[in-house]
Design a protein around this ligand. Structure first.
Ligand code: ADP
Length: 228
């Protein structure tokens, strides 16, 4: 499939530490995968290798027909901007920009005119239940609202894959569930695959599949019951 993410035999070492030890994983187009495992087991390294943030020592990552590991740094940056969306624990919104400007940012990077980008951003904010909040700065919003802005920003350019690193880590449980519900729903509506790193099994349960990493290898990989 065009948007299937396929990683084979990934190895990444940091000095004497093997952070990934021959990891292979396929994420089907439009599916959602939670990655769990103890601290230091290699989750972030895997997320970074899959999303082209780091290049593994060996092994390959393909997005459909594109060999991500074979791209230059500049080409990988462009691929990340065009095809991937990112949601982080603390949102990582730009405090000086309004919610709408934050959401419009990826479109501006991709060459959209400001007016059109802001209009599209407002459309996404509305879709995520933030109608009328486009002019607020992140500091004027609750943690859950700010995380919805971050989700809008991750999806506004219609990415093939959304990577979320502890997206609910800074939220209380109820807000975290709301954010996961929204994240999984909008990814599904957009046809984007979703890869979530989390410590929380309740968060993982929003995904179709659970991959457990231990000591730099995939220890378990199973389907989860869908539908909440
Ligand atoms: P997790 O996300 O599961 O906590 P990581 O992927 O961050 O695990 O780390 C896996 C291993 O690689 C750990 O032993 C960690 O200390 C090591 N590691 C990760 N990033 C670096 C780095 N930039 N430099 C040195 N060691 C690193």
């Amino acid at each position: 499939m065009k948007n299937t993410l396929n990683a084979t035999h990934l190895v990444k070492t940091y000095g004497p530490v093997r952070a990934l030890n021959d990891v292979s994983i396929t994420v089907e187009s439009g599916s959602s995968v939670a990655i769990m495992g103890p601290s230091g087991s290699g989750k972030s390294t895997l997320l970074h290798a899959l999303s082209g943030i780091l290049r593994p020592d060996s092994g390959t990552v393909n997005l459909g027909p594109i060999d991500v590991t074979g791209l230059s740094d500049t080409e990988r940056s462009k691929l990340r901007r065009d095809r991937f969306g990112f949601v982080f624990q603390d949102g990582q919104l730009v405090d000086e920009l309004t919610a709408a400007e934050n959401v419009a940012f990826p479109l501006l990077l991709n060459g959209w005119k400001r007016g059109r980008a802001l209009k599209e951003a407002e459309h996404w904010l509305k879709r995520l239940g933030l109608d009328g909040m486009g002019n607020r700065k992140p500091g004027e919003m609750s943690g859950g609202q700010a995380q919805r802005v971050a989700i809008a920003r991750a999806l506004v350019h219609k990415p093939s894959v959304v990577f979320a690193d502890e997206p609910t880590g800074a939220l209380d449980q109820a807000t975290g569930h709301e954010v996961m519900q929204i994240l999984t729903t909008v990814c599904q509506m957009s046809g984007a695959s979703l890869i979530v790193v989390t410590h929380d099994l309740e968060v993982a349960k929003w995904c179709n599949r659970l991959v457990e990493i231990r000591d730099a290898i995939i220890h378990d990989d199973r389907k989860l019951g869908v539908g909440r």
